[in-house]
Design a protein around this ligand. Structure first.
Ligand code: UDP
Ligand code: MG
Length: 331
């Protein structure tokens, strides 16, 4: 048990969450004051509201609060990643800024970690309050994901989880830009255990996950962990080829053994449409993978930190040039 009495990091991605952060920090502190060492690391994902200002105030008031502010919106997954990269704890717990992930569940996660689990993930109970759209899309997304990627990811697995330092260090070694964390965490193994929870309602503001962002997450999940769609496109190609040969055989037959050869217009159009469509699909799938390769090959940083509460300590090492350097009068 000695080993597991270490420091806990709470990582919170926040995109335009100005109204939630203060309440969140207070609720987190209320839950965490039973532990002797913890930090709250909030990653501001390029918010355009007062989030950054609020974070400055909070980190000024409470030494346990640190923050990182991205130079622009890089997305939820990148914010989580920056959290894992910069958290200092022996266990790192991620949770949303909108209080949908109840802070009161945190001790249960920590207890499981102390029992020796290295990944404690949470699965939300089916929530009748959640919109039908979100429920259905999420259900089918996980179904498709399981089928296509060979990963065992449960319905409703959220980004509310505890990772042991070992797992965090493993994730830090992932070099890919477009990292789908839920997949990666299922993929790395370790001793995993799950906890069911009842999600709360969003405390303030609206969901920051636009439909576009959801689609992006889905596409990333599917293409990050598997090349199976490529094989499926090859299969589809074979299927099309088979059908086309049947048509071709029939056309030849009509040409040589009947007099009805000019009546092939419908067949021609059908063939063109079918084969053309299938080709577009396959080229599209190949394009997605090629695009991913292109992005990864460039090796750009996955996210850019524009501001952080840690800057005071590092300012002595990295002195930003002042304006005077550039505007000094020519005397
Ligand atoms: N979030 C983020 N960057 C984004 C979108 C969302 O950091 O581009 C954060 C957001 O502030 C919240 C968490 O990710 O803490 C989950 O987002 P949200 O609650 O809007 O998603 P939902 O619960 O509606 O799926
Ligand atoms: Mg939410």
């Amino acid at each position: 048990m000695q080993f597991h009495s270490g420091m806990i990091s709470l990582v919170v991605p926040a995109f335009n969450e100005e109204e939630n952060l203060s309440v969140l920090v207070h609720r987190l502190m209320a839950v965490m004051n039973q532990y002797n060492s913890y930090e709250i690391l909030i990653v501001d994902d390029g918010s355009s509201d007062q989030t950054r200002h609020v974070l400055r105030q909070l980190s000024g008031m409470y030494p346990v609060v640190r923050f990182i502010s991205f130079s622009r919106n890089f997305g939820h997954q990148m914010a989580l990643r920056a959290g894992y990269d910069n958290a200092l704890g022996d266990a790192v717990i991620c949770l949303d800024a909108d209080l949908q992930h109840p802070p009161e569940l945190i001790p249960a996660l920590i207890d499981k970690w102390r029992e020796g689990y290295e990944v404690v993930y949470t699965v939300r109970k089916p929530d009748p309050k959640l919109s039908l759209f979100k429920r259905t899309t999420s259900k089918y997304f996980y179904k498709l994901l399981r089928h296509v990627s060979n990963l065992d990811i449960e319905d409703g697995a959220a980004d509310f989880r505890l990772l042991d330092r070992k797992v965090v260090n493993t994730l830090k070694q992932f070099k890919e830009n477009d990292l789908f964390l839920r997949g990666a965490i299922s993929w790395v193994g370790f001793r995993q255990c799950r906890i069911l929870y009842e999600p709360a309602a969003r405390y303030a503001g609206r969901s920051k996950y636009s439909f576009r962002k959801m689609l992006h997450l889905a596409a990333m999940g599917i293409t990050s962990f598997s090349t199976r769609p490529l094989y499926m496109s090859v299969l589809l190609g074979f299927g099309m080829f088979f059908l086309a040969s049947l048509f071709g055989a029939e056309a030849l037959y009509e040409h040589y053994f009947t007099n009805a050869t000019v009546s092939g217009w419908t067949t021609l159009v059908l063939l063109m449409v079918l084969i053309g469509g299938a080709q577009f699909i396959m080229i599209g799938i190949i394009g997605v993978y090629l695009g991913k390769t292109f992005v990864e090959v460039k090796g750009r940083p996955a996210y850019i930190i524009g501001d952080t509460s840690d800057i005071e300590e590092s300012v002595t090492v990295w002195q930003a040039p002042t304006q005077e350097v550039f505007y000094s009068p020519l005397t």
